[in-house]
Write a protein that binds this ligand. Sequence first.
Ligand code: HEC
Length: 280
Amino acid sequence: MKLLKMLQAMLSVLVILPVMATAALASSGGAPLPQQNWSFHGPFGQFDTAAMKRGAQVVAEVCLACHSVKYIKFDQLKQIGLTEVEVNAIAAAAGKNRKDAMLSSTDADAAKESFGVVPPDLSLMTKARKGYEDYLYGILTGYLKDEDKAAIDRALEDGTVSEAEIKELSVILSMDPHQPDKIRDAVQRIKNGDNFNKFFPGNFFAMPAPLAADGQVTYQDGTHSSVAQMSHDAVTFLAWAAEPTMMERKSAGIKVILYLVVLTVMFYAVKRRIWARIHH
Ligand code: HEC
């Protein structure tokens, strides 16, 4: 009886834990995150090599202007399938040598001067924020589009933001329509040139849209580089950077489980044999 109770308690903990984790994620502020399909999620998930290569290009050409990915050396990009020639080219574009770590071309003091904060290192970023990969993707795609900015300009034209305009703006900004003062503030700040992002908690932050236009990066493999595509690829690369040994970890895990299954079957057979003798 006691054992049954204990099992029941353990089971309910197993059921409750994921629910608690989801609740914690949901409370992160900002609009609900876009749910993306990441090839490397789940026990059998694999990194998409082509996406990683494209992502390395986006990160090297765009993000390294401000951020570092300090735990990865350019040379390690060979692990995702880039050739030495390609690695040399990527390092050279960032003003570095292939033996160097992927450090930003802007030093921390200069960045602080321009942005008021030092752009954080991106090595472990996919693991460092609530929402993980979806959050990073959200940040990269969550800036206002040209038509959104036009709608804001229209709303501000006559100097007042009417009730109807509040409603429209609340949809565009993913903000609560019942807090019109917050929306009016936000609209003013956007007008003054502050960076608005739907998914950043608090909405305003120091990073100007890094991927602002389709075609900003010219992909070697001919893939169309829409903002969504570049964002998805950059995040795939950063997920690899955060855990370059993920594939080895998963394949080791699968082997261990297979081993345990085989062992369990063998032990069961042994148990049956032993008890068969005792029962007779
Ligand atoms: C022009 C400089 C610049 C570029 C280019 C840039 N960033 Fe940023 N980034 C910043 C700054 C500044 C911050 C700090 C913002 C803050 O905390 O207000 C930041 C913050 C971030 C954050 C942290 C957000 C958070 O929750 O704290 C992520 C993630 C990020 N950047 C990803 C990227 C990626 C990926 C790229 C390349 C596609 C990129 N950034 C390109 C300047 C830049």
